[in-house]
Write a protein that binds this ligand. Sequence first.
Ligand code: NAD
Length: 364
Amino acid sequence: MRTVKVNLDRKCSSSYDIYIGKDIMDRMTLLIAKNHKAGRYVVITDHVVSQLYGKKFITALKDIGLHVSLIEFPAGESSKNINTVMDITGKLIETGADRETCLIALGGGVVGDMAGFVASVFMRSVPYIQVPTTLVAQVDSSIGGKTGVDLAYGKNLIGTFYQPGAVFANVSFLETLPEKEFNNGLAEMIKYGIIDDEKMFRTLEDNMDTIKSRDSKMLLNLIESCCRIKKSVVEIDEKEQGLRRILNFGHTLGHALEALSQYTITHGEGVSIGMVGAARIAERMGYLKSSETARIENLICHAGLPVKIPKSLDTEKIIAHLKMDKKRKGDVIHFVMLKKIGMPFINGNIEQKLIAAVIEEMKK
Ligand code: NAD
C-alpha cells in the first residue's frame, strides 16, 4: 500500500495520509481502528455503493470490534442538497452519534462532499474519513477538504473547508464503476497532466487503452501521481486564494455547459469540453502552440470524452453563465490558461468576443 502525506501548516493535526492500494479493505479497517479511535463510527453512503460494498465494509469494521452503523441516501447529484444533510443529521442523532463519533464517507464525490459537510457542522464538528469509490473521488474530491451541497442557484454554494482525518483509495472499488463514471475520472486525470505534469500527460497518451481496461498497476501509479499533484497544490493554498485555482482548468466553461444542459452533460464531459475551450482560447491569444492544443484534443477523444459543444446550447447563455461563476472576481471572468502542457496561469482579462468565437467554433 502506498502513502501520500498532506502537510497542512495550520496545525499538525489537520495533516493526513492518503493510502492507495489494491484489495486494502482489511488493512484499511485496521488503520482506522488504530489511528482514528472513536466511540462510534457511522458510515455514510449512497444506495448504490451501499449495495455493492456497504455490508462488507460494515462487517469488516464490526469484526475488529468497532461500534458501527450505516446511513444511506439515494445516489446521484440530485441528493446533494440541504434536505439530505438534515436527513443524515436526524439519523445521526437517532443512532446516538455524539462528539466522540467518527463519520466515514464511503462513495463518490457526492457522498464525500456531503458527509464532509455534515462532519464539519454536526455537533460543531466531528472527525471524518474519506473512502472514495469512484475515480473522480480517488484522484480529486476526497483530497483537499472542500465540502458542500448544491442550491437551486448552482452547485456547491453552501460548504466548508474541512479536512478529513485520512483518505483510503482502494482501486478494487473501480472494477464495478460504470464506464461513464470511469471516464469522468479520466477527465480529471488528463487535467492533472495538463496543469502540472507533461510526463504524466505522455503516459496517458501512450497507455490510454491499458488505462481504460482498468489495469490496476497502471491505475495505482496514476492515482498516486494525481494525489501528489493535488496535495502539493492544497498544501500551498488550502482555501483557494490563488494557486488552487489551477485545479479548475477546464471547469469554468465546463460548469456552464453542465448547468445549461440540465446536467445531461456530466461533470467529466463538461470539463473535457472546457479544457479544449481553454486550450483554444490560449492558442488564439498566442500563448499555446497549435500542436499542444491538438495533443489535448486527441487525448480527450481517445479517452472517449467529448470535445464539441452541442449546437443546442446558446452561446449568449453560456457567456451569461460564465459571468455567474463563483470563482470570478468582480465582473471579470477568470480562465485558467496554458503556456504549454504542464504550465498553467490564471488570466482574468479575456475578451467576451474571443470566448464567444471559440464557443461557436467548437459547435462545428
Ligand atoms: P457520484 O458520487 O455521484 O458517483 C457517481 C455514481 O457512481 C453514483 O451513482 C454512485 O452511486 C456510483 N458509484 C460510486 N462508486 C461506485 C463503484 N465503486 N461502483 C459502482 N458504482 C459506483 O459522482 P462523482 O463523480 O464521484 O463525484 C461528483 C461530485 O463530486 C460532484 O458533486 C462534484 O461537485 C464533487 N466534486 C468535489 C470535489 C471537491 O474537491 N470536493 C472535486 C471534484 C468533484
